[in-house]
Ligand binder design. Structure first.
Ligand code: AP5
Length: 216
């Protein structure tokens, strides 16, 4: 199964991707995680990306494209969920060209819908484990007792100004992907307000219904 997942910052892409990974045995390809790893390792791309990510802007597409394509190729063009790629119409066209050229088009593109007020509440209370990358929410899913404070990170782009910037960028650059993938009849729109499990069930029920319809 080849799925792409997009939605505003804090919509729950990473959270839902992890559940899809375990349900359908997929690889999780997150450009956000790949970029953060490059920043941590201070690679050339990471050094260049740092300023963009901290300010809530998109990293230049040419840098992201190669990382995403390498990760997809490493997965033999099958069984993956792309989290956060594509994020612009230009990236969507690159991705289509790349996957079509390898006879492996996307099957489902899931758009998670969440109002701004929920996003701000989720992101301002999110914390991330510095070493494992595991994501927590201080109220709904707090870090387990015993994890030392210095390992609990408040992401620099989860500060109020960066969240606002990311929301603006999302509306300008990423939201037009809905129309793009709707025209390809791949768009799956999901109300992502509700518990993590409820949202997961909504995603699964639409995908599984479509799988049945496609086989009929
Ligand atoms: P990225 O890491 O992809 O950030 P994002 O899109 O802003 O998304 P987030 O990781 O903030 O949130 P999420 O939707 O994964 O939500 P999560 O599951 O964590 O990208 C970071 C940056 O990298 C970008 O700003 C950009 O600079 C760069 N970048 C990445 N890809 C790029 C690309 N293709 N092109 C250019 N630049 C790129 O959930 C959020 C919180 O809510 C968590 O605390 C979670 O526990 C909680 N939560 C989740 N679901 C629920 C629920 N149902 N109920 C209650 N709480 C919930």
């Amino acid at each position: 199964m080849r799925i792409a997942l997009f939605g505003p910052p804090g919509a729950g892409k990473g959270t839902q991707a992890a559940l899809l990974v375990s349900r359908y045995a997929l690889a999780h390809i997150s450009t956000g995680n790949i970029i953060r790893a490059a920043i941590k390792e201070k690679t050339d791309v990471g050094v260049e990306a740092l300023e963009y990510v901290s300010e809530g802007r998109l990293v230049p597409g040419v840098l992201v494209r190669k990382m995403a394509e390498d990760a997809i190729a490493a997965q033999n063009f099958a069984d993956f969920v792309l989290d956060g790629y594509p994020r612009t119409l230009e990236q969507a066209a690159w991705l289509d060209e790349y996957l079509d050229g390898n006879d492996a088009p996307l099957e489902y593109v899931v758009s998670l819908h969440v109002p701004d007020s929920t996003i701000i509440e989720r992101l301002s209370r999110r914390r991330v484990h510095r070493e494992t990358g595991e994501s927590y929410h201080l109220d709904y899913n707090p870090p387990p007792p015993g994890v030392p404070d210095h390992l609990i990170l408040h992401r620099s782009d989860d500060k109020p100004e960066a969240i606002q910037k990311r929301l603006v960028v999302y509306r300008e650059k990423t939201l037009p992907l809905e129309e793009y993938f709707r025209a390809q009849e791949k768009l799956v729109e999901v109300d992502a307000v509700g518990s993590v499990e409820e949202v997961h069930q909504r995603v699964r029920s639409i995908i599984e219904r479509r799988e049945v319809d496609d086989r009929a």
